[in-house]
Design a protein around this ligand. Structure first.
Ligand code: FAD
Length: 396
């Protein structure tokens, strides 16, 4: 069979959630994922407690609770010499976030979708998308050959960081102010189990959290120009090595946590990241996850936004006759409105926080303010979505 009700391009949290939710509503769904799982990914791996309602709704909550690391009940700011901590606000029903390695999370979620009846084409890369009169055709490369699959509804869930030939791929950019993402795992680190510190360092910001199986996840974003300077200062040919040394040299709290820890696997790099709000539905193609809109990872909300947007879209689609263009347009309108209500504020908050974090003067002021009134950290976390559970879809 090469004709489906929907084709999902990308098997990250957004794509798997959308596919799984639709298949549970009786749709036939094909999901195309270009990499072989499990695969590690640049990501801090923390998921807010606000997503547990959706995880439960798609039958994945118990898996996540069993596999993820400890509940994060406190957050901290490590800025220069200063370390401050404060309570993490709880989500609805007292839920707290936890971290699960993306190698584990993405593979388990995609397995769940496969078990539920999604046709998973993997490794298979979507190469092109054509609009026909009734259906769209996605050209894919699989097992060294090309083939076509068709569906009236296409959901682009391929993220925002990689260039490509699909009409939904974002144009490549290369500016000095771009942020590049880095991530590494560590073992035997020195950090309280329930604490998630936010790191401010010159030209960037990061986060540290205990994930599954005794792994500590350190991820960060560094401006391209600051990275070039760190490479000169530390005389490093490797960008990751320069980032590692730059953080250790400029952030006392990070030094205490990973100074004597053992690195587990190589550093990963990705980007540049593409923060901003984009069209959730355009040219009769739906976008979920990072592609619909992306926050600076300083607020660690990208996985939640991916899972929640995948679910919101599937809910909107399952209420219309999506075999018609009019039905899809109606779903697109409802989904777009729900998306903006749910995520637009946190994307703006994250941009402001990122601007504060990268400049030593503003970062120092923020550290000073948090030192005097740690409650500002809790308030910042609430503003960035840590208490905003998903609202039910409202008709438009
Ligand atoms: C440094 C850093 C730290 C972060 N930390 C956190 C955090 O702690 N918590 C949090 O919530 N968020 C965090 N994020 C953000 C989070 O990683 C993203 O928001 C999230 O991965 C987006 O999920 P997605 O499903 O939209 O896309 P992705 O996870 O990028 O998945 C897209 C999938 O599509 C596949 N694909 C791409 N092109 C094709 C194609 N042509 N054909 C087939 N498949 C394709 C890819 O292989 C990939 O598997 C962080 C980001 C960065 C940069």
């Amino acid at each position: 069979m090469n004709s489906y009700d929907a084709i999902v391009i990308g098997g990250g949290p957004a794509g798997s959630t959308a596919a799984l939710t639709l298949v549970r509503r009786g749709w036939s769904v094909a999901l195309v994922e270009k990499t072989t799982f499990p695969r590690r990914k640049v990501c801090g791996e923390f998921m807010s407690g606000t997503s547990t309602a959706v995880l439960d709704a798609i039958g994945f909550g118990h898996v996540w609770r069993k596999r993820a690391g400890p509940e994060i009940r406190r957050l901290a700011l490590f800025s220069g010499q200063r370390t401050v901590d404060a309570p993490m606000p709880a989500g609805r029903g007292g839920s707290f976030g936890r971290a699960l390695g993306r190698d584990v999370l993405d593979a388990l979620l995609l397995d769940k979708a496969r078990e539920a009846g999604v046709t998973v084409l993997q490794p298979a890369k979507a190469l092109a998308l054509h609009h026909g009169t009734m259906e769209k055709t996605v050209r894919i490369s699989i097992d060294g050959a090309e083939q076509s699959i068709n569906a009236p509804a296409v959901i682009a869930a391929h993220g925002s960081w990689e260039p490509g030939a699909l009409p939904t791929n974002l144009a490549k950019v290369n500016r000095p102010g771009d942020f590049l993402g880095f991530k590494a795992h560590f073992r035997s680190a020195d950090l309280d189990a329930d604490l998630m510190p936010l790191l401010f360092f010159p030209g960037g910001y990061g986060g540290i959290v205990w994930a599954d199986d005794g792994r500590l996840s350190l991820s960060c974003c560094v401006r391209r120009d600051a990275l070039a300077q760190a490479r000169r200062v530390h005389d490093c040919s490797s960008a990751s090595e320069a980032v590692h040394r730059h953080i250790l040299a400029t952030c006392r709290g990070a030094r205490q946590v990973i100074g004597a820890a053992r690195q587990d696997g190589p550093w990963l790099a990705a980007g540049p990241i593409r923060p901003g709000v984009r069209k959730a539905y355009a040219d009769d193609v739906f976008r979920v996850g990072n592609l619909a809109g992306e926050s600076h990872p300083i607020i660690a909300e990208g996985i939640s936004m991916s899972i929640q947007s995948g679910w919101l879209l599937a809910e909107a689609l399952s209420r219309v006759d999506a075999s018609t263009q009019a039905g899809r347009a109606a779903a697109g309108q409802v989904y777009t409105a729900a998306w903006r209500r749910q995520f637009a504020t946190r994307i703006r908050v994250a941009s402001v926080l990122a601007r504060i974090a990268v400049h030593p003067r503003t970062a120092g002021l923020a550290g000073g303010l948090a030192g005097l009134a740690p409650a500002v950290l809790t308030a910042g976390a609430a503003l960035s979505g840590k208490t905003k559970s998903i609202a039910a879809l409202q008709s438009h």
